[in-house]
Every structure is written in C-alpha cells, then in structure tokens.
Design a binder for this molecule. Structure first.
Ligand code: FA5
Length: 347
C-alpha cells in the first residue's frame, strides 16, 4: 500500500469515527469537545496530516485534497448535529418549564367592596343617573366655609351642635360636607345639581357615633325649586337604597343653612311600628336618616347668588347610618375595625 492510500484510509476511518462520535453527543458542549478532538490544532485529523510531509511530492496534492474533503465533511456534520442538539436542548428546557395544568392551583380569596363604599356607590349611581355632578372639597376646612358662609352666626351656640375639632391654625376638621355646597356655588352658576360624598369629623363617639364618619351632601339650585322637589328626590333616594315600599316622614328641624329645615325619618323596616320594644326604632316606628331643607337666602348671599331669583334645596346624610340600617349592623365601630369576619359577609 502506498503512503497516499494509507493516509487516505486513516483520514476516512477518522471521519467515520468522528461521525459516529458526533451522533452520540447529546449536548452542544459535548459535541464541541468531540469536534476539537478531530478538527482542533491537536486533533486527530491534524495529527494524520503531519504524515503528509513524508509522502512523495507528487502525492501531496491528492492527499491535501482528501484531507480538505474530510475536514469539510466533518465541519458540515458538526454544524448539522449542532442544530439538532440545540433544538433538542430547547425542547428539554420547555418541557422542564411546562405548566402542569393538572397540579392544584394557588387559591386566592375573593375580595369584597366595603359596606360603606357599597352604599356610597349605590347613592352616587342614583344621583349620577339623575344628572347630578359629583363634587369634592377639603377635609381640613376654613371656619368660614364650615360655619360663617353657612349662616352660623359667630360665637353662636349652633357651632357646638357639631362638636368641632378646632385647629390652632384657624382651620377646623370639617364637621359636615355642607361646606362643599358653598365652594361649589362659588365656582358654578345655576342651574346646578351636585352631590358631595366625603369624610367628616366630630368630637363624638359611641355605638352609633364615630369621630370620623362619612356624609353625602346634596344641592340643587334653579329658579323654581320647591320643597316638593326635595321631597320627591329624597323619597326616591330612600326607595333606591332601602325598598320601594318604605314610607318616609318629614319632621320640622333646624339648620342655620336651610329654611325651612327638616329631618327625614323612614318607616322602621324591622317592626313597621308594631313592636314597642323594637331595638332599631326604639318602639317609635320611625328611624331618622338625614337632614335637609330649602337653602337659606343668607347662604345664597354669601356666594353672590340673588335669593330673589334662585331657590334650592340641600340635604346631608350619614353613610354609616344608612349602611347600619340597610345591613342591620348595630355598632358603628365595626365599619372601621377591619374585622375580616364582618367584611367577609359582604362578598
Ligand atoms: C348635618 O351635618 C347637616 N350638614 C346636614 C344637612 C345638609 C342639613 C344640608 C340640611 C341641608 P347632622 O348633624 O344631623 O346634619 O348630620 C347628618 C347625618 O350625619 C345624621 O343624620 C347622622 O346620620 C350622621 N351623623 C352625625 N353625627 C355622626 C357621627 N358622629 N357618627 C356617624 N354619623 C353621624
């Protein structure tokens, strides 16, 4: 056998062995190492080619050609196997990451809307559908807006009606949402319709009174608003929140910012006036739910409206009072204690 054919055989058997090794490789890294064993600087093909120098000069071109063919074939086989192994590796990774939809899931508890927010949204929804604007105002309020502009005379005991938290700065924590009426009228011209929900503060605490609670104010001003409009609107409110068959009663009352003023009672839905021991209405058959009245001309004057041209009505309700009645909650503090057992009932 000539040197050339020996070299050719050696190269071909190295090629066959390399191809077998390539197909056994199962990672791109392992494959690369095998490639280096054959095609690297110290690899088998290079070692065989070292024998090239000992061949007769006329055989060297043919031997070089065979060597190149083997090197090319191995490189091509390497690239092909590399593509396969990369695809295999990607599939393995995907399979390892795959979501097993048969595993039990992580259970997340459903939240619930807080009963106060529920009642607030219900009321907002009603008034919004009747074309009312929803307004807002500051909780830290000037005495002017909380009292003076609402026709509370200076140093008048009426200010004590509301157990005010006074601040050194001359501000107060607003005791009701009525100041929003004044602020709203200052920036709008009639005709207007608005409600203003918000937090208010009073130095007052027992099972039906909280130092921080929520009110919704309502205000309508136009050229011919009457007490009938007020009555119809509030009856609609009571029917919407409680029940269409609940009766209402308007009782004369006093607020410096309305004249005449009234308090609205609803029929006791627990005993309908039949239980003299009823805990809800205390045997009277009626439950007080809000204050209201026709806007006092002095309030119109404070905001620059002509009381000869305009009339209006206003009302203010406690959201906690509504929610306590609606859901039969007997202690106002339950709204603010975040006791999960109570809140869960509103899911
Ligand atoms: C007022 O606050 C008037 N601004 C309402 C008003 C507006 C009248 C517009 C006329 C025109 P009163 O002080 O009655 O009114 O409070 C209104 C409602 O707030 C009460 O009916 C009651 O439901 C609720 N409320 C009063 N004090 C507390 C308290 N400490 N905790 C929880 N709710 C309260």
């Amino acid at each position: 056998m000539t040197g050339l054919s020996t070299l050719r055989q050696e190269l071909e058997s190295a090629q066959a062995q390399a191809l077998a090794d390539f197909s056994r490789a199962d990672t791109p890294q392992g494959l690369y190492e095998i490639r280096t064993q054959y095609l690297g600087k110290k690899g088998k093909v290079k070692a065989i080619l070292k024998g090239l120098g000992s061949l007769p000069p006329e055989d060297r071109p043919a031997a070089g050609q065979v060597a190149n063919q083997v090197a090319d074939a191995l490189e091509e086989a390497y690239q092909q196997r590399l593509v396969e192994l990369k695809a295999l590796e990607a599939r393995r990774r995907l399979e390892a990451d795959e979501t097993d939809i048969t595993l039990p899931g992580t259970w997340s508890r459903r939240g619930a809307v807080h009963p106060l927010i529920r009642v607030q949204l219900e009321i907002e929804e009603l008034f919004y559908s009747m074309g009312y604007d929803i307004a807002d105002g500051p909780e830290i309020e000037l005495e002017y807006y909380n009292f003076e502009a609402l026709n509370f005379p200076p140093d008048h005991p009426a200010r004590d009606m509301q157990d005010t938290f006074f601040m050194k700065s001359g501000h107060v924590l607003r005791t009701h949402t009525s100041p929003v009426q004044v602020r709203y009228m200052e920036t709008h011209t009639p005709p207007l319709r608005m409600i203003a929900p918000g937090r208010v503060y009073r130095c007052d605490s027992d099972i039906t009174h909280s130092p921080m609670f929520n009110q919704i104010e309502g205000l309508v001003v136009d050229t011919d608003i009457s007490f009938r409009d007020l009555r119809g609107t509030l009856e609609q409110l009571v029917h919407h929140v409680f029940s269409p068959d609940i009766g209402t009663r308007f009782r004369p009352s006093f607020f410096p910012f309305t004249e005449p003023s009234a308090e609205v009672d609803i029929e006791c839905f627990a005993c309908h006036g039949r239980d003299t021991q009823c805990r809800i209405c205390k045997g009277t058959g009626w439950i007080e739910v809000l204050g209201c009245g026709m806007v006092n001309p002095n309030v119109f004057r404070a905001v620059g409206y002509d009381p000869e041209t305009y009339t209006g009505f206003a009302f203010g309700l406690g959201i906690e009072r509504f929610a306590m009645l609606k859901y039969q909650i007997n202690d106002i503090r339950l709204f603010f204690e975040n006791d999960i057992r109570m809140l869960r009932q509103f899911r």
